[in-house]
Design a protein around this ligand. Structure first.
Ligand code: 3PG
Length: 383
């Protein structure tokens, strides 16, 4: 794998694929970790006289409304504050306006192109790795540098597609991730993974490949709810109901390793209540793990030699449902094992609660889980 250091960059138009998929709340970026993590690569390119064309996605784009919510302009404003060099923005993702902006770049200058997924509105061209779009974007540059570690599990036009048509290599962030994740690739046991997320369908394949490799898989969020729904009433909580049988099968194989909440915090018609997992009523909604579960998860974490967390175990943005996420993060930050947190939501929650002290912070969520599971950075997954 070539790296950024293997190229003569002076005067070259370098397309840099970054992962600026940041969480935004009330018009503000919650954590700019994914942006600051990319600065060494951008600075290396500009210091060496490249003309840098940065591409990234932000969120998922399925409607015009999604476009308004997920413009990369907010990231452009952040780059303006963080970079010393001239930065311009192209609101076009194709066509003459974009091409003119690319041609106007001088050595050491940066152009940030609008969200690559704007191209998804018309036939999911970005996410389905459309050949014409890949070729077109590649035609804008001389060299392609992929540094979007958080995207390495996706086969999109702006990462996998472009790389087929240009001389290419990886950036400094991917190098850093590979080094920081080494202890997790060959983890010292007990190895504990804390995994949460809204939908089991997004993580099922990963759970299947990670369960045999770890000692404990602590679950939270909608994923945990789907597993709980195998033999409990989860009320009106979020779950992937069509995957309950899959969850049942996984539980029968990995009964000892898949650890589920034993109590939860629910919204009971507007009132916050702590409930044992057998006592949930039909109208109640689980938004966090309960105190007994927090205690259990903390003990497992402190007895582990390697720990990785992706996602947040509760809906911490809702008042009263912060504790599970906060306590789990705090336990990991204090653990004596090798600790890594990864993914947009995990990073944002650590920033929100101002919890630091992890051995490594990975910009990847699904990408990092995929890397741990397969020990290679392979984009297998189309959107
Ligand atoms: C991530 O946040 O995990 C990456 O940016 C990939 O985003 P996606 O899950 O929307 O493809």
């Amino acid at each position: 794998m070539k790296t950024i250091k293997d190229f003569d960059l002076k005067g070259k138009k370098v397309i840099l694929r970054s992962d600026f998929n940041v969480s935004i709340k009330d018009g503000k970026i919650i954590s700019n970790e994914r942006i600051t993590a990319e600065l060494p690569t951008i600075n290396y390119l500009t210091d060496n006289g490249a003309k840098v064309i940065i591409m990234s996605h932000l969120g998922k784009i399925k409607s015009e409304e999604d476009k308004k919510k997920n413009s990369l302009y907010i990231v452009y404003e952040e780059l303006l504050k963080l970079l010393k060099t001239k930065v311009i923005f192209s609101s076009a993702t194709n066509g003459s306006i974009l091409e003119e902006k690319v041609s106007s770049l001088k050595n050491g200058e940066v152009l940030l192109m609008e969200n690559t997924r704007y191209e998804d509105l018309d036939g999911q061209k970005e996410s389905k790795c459309d050949e014409d779009l890949s070729k077109y974007w590649a035609s804008l540059g001389d060299i392609f540098i992929n540094d979007a570690f958080g995207m390495t599990h996706r086969r999109h036009a702006s990462n996998y597609g472009i790389s087929k048509y240009l001389e290419n290599g990886v950036g400094l962030l991917i190098e850093k991730e590979v080094n920081g994740l080494k202890p997790i690739l060959n983890p010292e046991a007990p190895f504990t993974i804390v995994m949460s997320g809204a939908k089991l369908e997004d993580k099922l394949a990963l759970i299947k490949s990670l369960a045999p490799k770890c000692s404990n898989l602590l679950l939270g969020g909608g994923i945990a709810n789907t597993f709980l729904a195998v033999d409990h009433n989860i009320g009106a909580s979020l779950a992937s109901t069509d995957l309950i049988n899959e969850a049942k099968e996984m539980l029968s194989i990995y009964k000892e390793r898949i650890i589920l909440p034993i109590d939860v915090k629910v919204d009971a018609n507007g009132k916050l209540e702590i409930k044992n997992i057998d006592d949930i009523n039909n109208t109640e909604v689980i938004y966090d793990i309960g105190p007994k579960t927090i205690q259990k998860y903390k003990e497992i974490i402190s007895n582990s030699k390697t720990i990785f967390l992706n996602g947040t175990v509760g809906k911490y943005e809702l008042a009263g449902f912060e504790e599970g996420t906060k306590e789990t993060l705090a336990a990991i930050s204090k653990a004596s094992g090798y600790t890594v947190i990864g993914g947009g939501d995990a990073l944002s929650s650590a920033e929100y609660f101002k919890i630091t002290g992890f051995n490594f912070i990975s910009t990847g969520g699904g990408a990092t889980l995929n890397y741990i599971a397969n020990k290679k950075m392979e984009c297998f997954d189309e959107e």
